[in-house]
Write a protein that binds this ligand. Structure first.
Ligand code: AMP
Ligand code: MG
Length: 412
């Protein structure tokens, strides 16, 4: 049995970006830019008005006599281009976003002017540059708009679109295949027969994968039968970069994932980690020519599935997706209650976090067993109680890995 630290290193050192591809902006949310991008056009592309108003020459408004009367030459909605140059004591009506004509250097809002005959009367003087958005004042032509390795979020995609890009070069999303084992499983919606339980891991994994940036290419349910499992692993390995199995990886008579993985040609990197839950976690390398397909054998208990996904699978996916920041977010927190455990395995303890002055307070939830699903939705983070600890009194500082289970960060 290896330590948690060793296991997470054995996993993460095998994660690398899987290649690059151009994707349309609509498909790029949650992807990581594989290239620096520079603006092809300045933003805004031309000098334009920030308000609905009248474009004027500010110098014309610095006059002693009142009222300030200018000749109204034309009206310019957004999207049109007025070609003439504004000369002495002339104004053009402009809408927000419309080009400010050459010669004009300020716009007075409609609220502060009044049209009269073929002219417009200004209620006040204007300063040079007032309400004018200069070409390139947001982004200069040629400026870097996206750094390499940026996780693309809605504002990044907006910036790319504003600069006229339809596509962006990103690291390819890892392709994931899921295999759900367990003869005891029946599907939600079916009648629950004696001895059966509803399969919750399929739903849990589909949802977690959606939040991870990876692409789920297949999810199959497999009987606890060696032949079917070998066949399912081989089939999944045809297209997947990563295979996740659920259940069947412990020491029971029907725990056949380990034998099946090896029969399918995979090499074990580790099996069993000194942690609770998810002690029987397994990790394999299935080589196909030069390429490795990575198999995570997750234990079947839903708590173990969720926790091992956050601690091992998600960081692996993130690093394969090109992210430099792949580990769970970690805070130091003070335990509000004592915690007792056996020595030997690191415990991931589901906690609720609260802020008190400068500290985070971590309160363990009452049910922690790996089969307990109900407390997962209340969990803010996982407190890491070291393997060698047995009793941690209230007030002890512990590391907590934040989980996003209360949020809904869906990446499509
Ligand atoms: P296993 O790792 O296959 O020995 O399963 C450990 C525990 O998790 C058993 O109580 C299983 O019934 C349960 N389990 C396995 N697969 C699932 C699943 N897909 N959904 C819910 N519980 C499961
Ligand atoms: Mg099983």
């Amino acid at each position: 049995m290896i330590s948690y630290e060793k296991a997470r290193n054995l996993v993460i050192e095998r994660a690398y970006p899987l290649g690059k591809e151009k994707v349309e902006l609509e498909a790029a949310l949650g992807c990581v830019a594989a290239q620096e991008v520079r603006a092809k056009v300045p933003l805004p592309p031309f000098k334009n008005s920030a308000v609905d108003g009248y474009a004027v020459r500010s110098a014309d408004t610095v006059i002693v006599e009142q009222p300030i009367r200018l000749k109204l030459l034309a009206e310019q909605p957004a999207g049109e281009y007025f070609r003439k140059r504004l000369s002495h004591r002339q104004a053009v009506k402009v809408m927000t976003g419309a080009p400010v004509p050459a010669g004009a250097d300020a716009v007075i809002p409609v609220e502060e002017a009044e049209e009269e005959g073929d002219g417009v009367i200004l209620k006040r003087q204007v300063r040079p540059g007032e309400n004018v958005r200069e070409a390139g004042e947001d982004v200069a032509k040629g400026a870097v708009i996206i750094e390499r390795e940026t996780l693309l979020t809605p504002p990044h995609l907006g910036l790319l679109a504003a600069c006229g890009f339809r596509e962006v070069l990103v690291y390819r999303r890892p392709r994931l295949a899921v295999l759900i084992t367990g003869n005891e499983l029946c599907q939600p919606g079916e009648r629950l027969r004696p001895g059966k339980i509803y399969d919750s891991n399929s739903t849990i994994l589909q949802a977690l994968i959606k939040t991870s940036g990876a692409e789920l290419i297949s999810l199959r349910r497999v009987k606890d039968d060696l032949k079917s499992m070998v066949a399912a692993i081989k089939l999944a390995s045809a297209r997947a970069d990563i295979i996740i199995t659920s259940g069947g990886v412990s020491v029971g008579d029907y725990d056949l994932v380990k034998t099946a993985a090896v029969k399918a040609g995979a090499q074990e990197i580790f099996w069993k980690v000194a942690q609770k839950p998810a002690k029987p976690l397994a990790f394999y390398d299935l080589k196909k020519g030069k390429k490795s397909i990575w198999i995570f054998g997750l234990p079947g208990n839903p708590g173990a599935v969720m926790i091992s996904f956050e601690e091992y699978v998600r960081p692996f996916i993130k690093k394969c997706s090109g992210l430099k920041d792949f580990w769970p977010q970690e805070v130091e927190a003070v335990l509000t209650a004592s915690y007792r455990k056996k020595k030997g395995r690191l415990n991931f303890v589901r906690v609720v976090l609260a802020r008190k002055e400068n500290d985070w307070l971590a309160t363990p939830l009452s049910r922690q067993e790996s089969g307990i699903i109900s407390s997962l939705a209340q969990t803010d983070g996982l407190a890491l109680i070291p393997a060698e600890a047995d009793l941690l009194p209230a007030g002890t500082k512990v590391k907590v890995h934040i989980v996003g289970w209360k949020k809904n960060e869906v990446k499509i």
